[in-house]
Design a protein around this ligand. Sequence first.
Ligand code: F6R
Length: 255
Amino acid sequence: MEIFVVPTASATGSVAAGILAAVIRSKPDAVLGLATGGSPLPIYKALAGHSVDMSAVSGFALDEYVGLPAGHPESYAEVVRREVTERLQLDPAKVAVPDGSAADPEQAAADYDAAIAAAGGIDVQILGIGHNGHLAFNEPGSALDSRTRVEVLTERTRAANARYFSTPEEVPLRCITQGLGTIMEAGHLLLVVNGADKADILAAALNGPVTADCPASILQWHPHVTVVADEAAAALLAPASGQVPVRVAGAAATV
Ligand code: F6R
């Protein structure tokens, strides 16, 4: 595991985008795993500034709400379209999001898992972390070998995501999420974290025991993980063997 600590949230985007641009240059048809939420937005903004041809890149979103009407602005299909596909000029036909309005969401989830495998798997999976340690929407208690499936969102996650909706009640109760086992099959996991409110959970995930109580702790078992965190989020990380944070000075730093 490599950990880069940078001064600001914007710098997390610069560093992570530098990593992704290098991957796409060496593999123009790379398959990216696309996280939504606030943490990865600086990545997509920074990546748009790289002169790299992304026309052959494909993407799979990490998750989607179940039950929002098609075209709802806060559905992850719409967020991915706005923030990723259009910004990076990806081919919309190459970008997939779980079908949260499917008549049979469980089947849609299984089909999505199969589609990732059929695409040859994900080369780089972008990830954020929830305040409760969730990875994608794998809430605490999720099986470490879980596959893409329907999950019930915890009240903590619904409260955190209420900022995107007019009222907290509008936040859906369920989602389709890639499973922890699905995520672990990606070749490279790229976790971006910012803000003091994530410091406790980031330290628990990286320095604590691997446990379903903190789903993101499974990162410790993956052979290729890059963490890019701002100073505030990294404040409680213990320098442990093999996990010594590299402090990158300056917002324009790339690796
Ligand atoms: C989003 C996702 C979630 C978020 C996490 C952090 O696709 O799967 O796991 O990454 O909830 O969200 P932010 O970045 O908004 O704090």
